[in-house]
Design a protein around this ligand. Structure first.
Ligand code: NAD
Ligand code: AKB
Length: 325
């Protein structure tokens, strides 16, 4: 049964997820519904989400660029907390820079403004390792470092971080953020990033036993398994406000690997799997990003610790992808 048109009677304690049909949103919605109850978590997107999200609780078609529509939804469901995930990711943003800037910035402004107008109490907005650039130290990249992002996506995320910090400093807005690394998941496909190869490779391994990678063999990037990323998001949002020392965005680390290392790990499960390298424009984007991330501040402030390394992630991906075939 689809519950999207039903208005629930509730106190002002509901949660709105914007961009709920995407790679993160579709899993975050389910984790939030598990925790708070399905009726309290309103999924929204400009397109319908997958069956699991659509069938398990309320869903609204919502364009984050339409502030009025956003306000109406917040009022209708008595929303107190928003997770604003809608954005164009690094590869897609390079192909449509002006629209990427509009979506990535105005999506954030519309929700920050809702908080300033006291229409919501709390906001989560994700940043990315893309805020770093070629002049940033690549290994064990610190929380605070030189940041000269070379992509439209990275520029928008860096600017977004500064706006989050400014709204907190100026108006006391309770906005929280994580610099996600590349995320790997089996439930939905990624939506136009540079780290997408690390998800595509599993589907190709199962289907064709071969993969043509758009990055070079030795391009090491920070990555994280989705269950760690969702847990990090929930843990950050549940931390008492006084413990949150960083109001721009927290570095978080999961694992680091390059295409040849993940290919070798896949061969431990499927010895006939082969990989070829045909780098495209995404190679240049990846070359400007860090290789590993220092997340000391997140560990200190709210006890962050990743659970999945490369072998554990690969084993869990195959377990779930094979079960869902
Ligand atoms: P995604 O592309 O899979 O999902 C984004 C969702 O936003 C899509 O379902 C899309 O339909 C929706 N959307 C687009 N325009 C919209 C609009 N105008 N109004 C409402 N919804 C709209 O992206 P994702 O991977 O789930 O990423 C979510 C957020 O996390 C983004 O801000 C992204 O920058 C950030 N992030 C993701 C990763 C990653 O590896 N997936 C890493 C770092 C940061
Ligand atoms: C992308 O590749 O664009 C994202 C990210 C690291 O922000 N996965």
């Amino acid at each position: 049964m689809q519950l999207n048109s039903k208005v629930y009677q509730m106190g002002k304690d509901a949660i709105l997820v914007v961009g709920a049909a995407g790679q993160i949103g579709s899993e975050l919605v389910m984790a939030l519904r598990e925790k708070h109850g399905a009726k309290k978590v309103i999924a929204s997107d400009i397109r319908e989400a997958g069956v699991e999200v659509m069938k398990s609780g309320p869903f609204e078609i919502l364009d984050i660029l339409n502030k009025q529509q956003l306000e109406k939804t917040v009022e209708k469901y008595r929303i107190s907390e928003v997770f604003q995930l809608a954005a164009l990711l690094s590869a897609t943003a390079e192909e449509n820079p002006m629209f990427a800037w509009e979506l990535n910035m105005n999506g954030l402004f519309h929700t920050l403004e809702l908080a300033r107008e006291k229409k919501i109490d709390k906001l989560f907005w994700p940043s990315s390792i893309a805020i770093f650039g070629a002049t940033t130290p690549k290994e064990n990249t610190p929380q605070t470092a030189v940041m000269e992002p070379q992509t439209v996506y990275g520029i928008s995320k860096q600017a977004g971080e500064r706006w989050c910090a400014w709204y907190h400093q100026k108006y006391g807005i309770d906005v929280r953020s994580l610099r996600y690394p590349g995320l790997i998941s089996y439930k939905s496909l990624p939506g136009g990033g540079t780290t997408d190869y690390a998800v595509d490779i599993f589907h190709s391994a199962l289907k064709d036993k071969a993969y043509a990678c758009f990055l070079n063999a030795d391009t090491t990037l920070p990555m994280m398994y989705m269950s760690d990323a969702v847990r990090a998001t929930l843990e950050l949002m549940e931390t008492p406000a006084e413990q949150i020392k960083i109001r721009s965005s927290y570095n978080i680390s999961g694992m680091s690997f390059n295409p040849s290392q993940i290919a070798r790990e896949i061969q431990n499960h499927y010895p006939k799997f082969s990989i070829q390298y045909h780098p495209d424009f995404r190679q240049e984007i990846a070359a400007g990003w860090p290789q590993s991330i220092n997340d000391t501040q997140a560990r200190q402030d709210w006890g962050w610790k990743a659970q999945y390394d490369l072998p554990a992630m690969v084993a869990d991906m195959f377990k779930n992808l094979s079960a869902n075939k």
